[in-house]
Design a binder for this molecule. Structure first.
Ligand code: SAH
Ligand code: SF4
Length: 367
């Protein structure tokens, strides 16, 4: 499959076009059209300079390049109007989901990085479907363009991104970082790097690479348990990167970047939500610059666990705070469209299984 022009960073577009004998100004026009104006087809611009138009026509018809980009096949708002979930169909017919969340005038898009996920966390609908393939940079960026268009139609502005949709971002490291180079470029989408959060299940080499490269994004690490035995039972990736190694990488990240890490803890009734668990996580994170995000479990078809009672979540929260850790319980959102953490792809599986989304809860944003 030829590469898509949507996969290229500003520097790559400039290099390509100047190598092909075009001027840097042509590269700027192409970049502006694709990344600032969010247009999928630059040939639709009547004012395109003739040399750039000729080059594009040739490159596309000769098969050297494509303008392949995902098509939005549905976009459903939740009943409270604060969350919407879009389904994007990739050129090979794979489907991914992008969630747009509104919260006190702040708009955040939750971006997918893979079709499916290889990590197999037992409580996660994406993990339950298995790994299909990595997304290309342009397929990641297209989700941001979609969110931007939807919000622009409502006179709103997209400012925040969380890489917490389908897939494990650090398992698709290069494509995610290229996508972020595109997304944060100041003459394109121009989202501030400090408004970007990357969530990982704990891919240790990826965390170390982020620390080494000093990339200015926020890091979230999905912890969910404070012993290898308990974590291994719900997060299979723990066998490859056990807690001692993970926390070592986190310490290195803190030290090298000076950045706080946001640890996610999905609260599952009777599994990891006791006061003893809260004390153990406080002991485990001792000495780290850490914030803990508590996420009440969202139900998924392939896992029998249930969300913790509010009292258990409140007590967990209290213990962590009194141990000196900033701690938040995420708000519940998007219940009726299965747009909550870990629910992506759940809807289809549910309808296949003949079940309904009733009773599912959703939690996306820090309180
Ligand atoms: N793969 C990355 C990012 C995507 S998952 C990661 O695991 O961090 C985003 C967040 O949703 C993670 O913190 C994950 O643990 C959480 N999550 C997954 N399934 C969930 C569920 N059913 N209920 C609540 N949170 C869930
Ligand atoms: Fe993959 Fe994250 Fe889901 Fe685990 S929680 S299966 S890492 S998407």
């Amino acid at each position: 499959m030829p590469p898509s022009l949507h996969d290229l960073t500003f520097d790559q577009v400039t290099r390509l076009l100047t190598e092909e004998g075009l001027r840097p100004a042509h590269a700027k026009t192409l970049w502006n059209t694709l990344q600032y104006r969010s247009m999928t087809d630059p040939l639709a611009r009547p004012d395109l300079a003739p040399p750039l138009r000729r080059w594009l026509e040739q490159a596309l018809s000769g098969g050297a390049w494509t303008l392949d980009t995902p098509a939005v096949t549905s976009d459903v708002p939740s009943s409270d109007g604060l969350t919407r979930k879009a389904l994007l169909k990739l050129t090979d017919a794979q489907e991914i989901e992008t969630v747009i969340m509104g919260y006190e005038g702040r708009h955040t898009a939750c971006i997918s990085t893979q079709a499916g996920c290889a990590m197999g966390c037992v409580f996660c609908a994406t993990g339950q479907m298995g790994f299909v393939r990595h997304l290309r940079p342009g397929e990641i960026v297209a989700q941001v363009h979609h969110a931007r268009r939807v919000l622009a139609d409502e006179g709103k502005h997209l400012r925040n991104l969380v890489f917490m949709g389908m897939g494990e971002p650090l398992h698709n490291y290069d494509a995610v970082m290229t996508a972020l180079d595109i997304i944060t470029h100041t003459s394109g989408i121009n989202i501030g790097p400090s408004k970007v959060s990357i969530s990982t299940v704990g891919v240790v080499p990826g965390i170390r690479r982020l620390a080494e490269e000093g990339r200015p994004y926020n890091l979230a690490v999905s912890l969910h348990a404070a012993s290898d035995e308990e974590r291994g039972a719900i997060v299979p990736a723990n066998a490859k990167w056990p807690l001692a190694e993970l926390l070592d990488a986190c310490r290195e990240y803190n030290a090298r970047t000076g950045r706080r890490i946001f640890f996610a803890w999905t609260l599952i009734a009777g599994v990891n939500d006791s006061p003893e668990h809260a004390r153990r996580v406080a002991a485990l994170l001792h000495g780290l610059d850490a914030h803990v995000n508590l996420i009440p479990l969202n139900r998924t078809p392939g896992y029998a666990g249930e969300e913790s009672a509010d009292e258990a979540a409140d007590e967990f929260h209290r213990i962590l705070q009194s141990a000196g850790f900033p701690c938040t319980i995420r708000q519940r959102r998007g219940i009726d469209v299965a747009a909550g953490c870990g629910q992506l792809r759940a809807e289809k599986q549910r309808s296949r299984a003949g079940r309904t989304a009733a009773g599912a809860s959703s939690a996306l944003l820090p309180a």
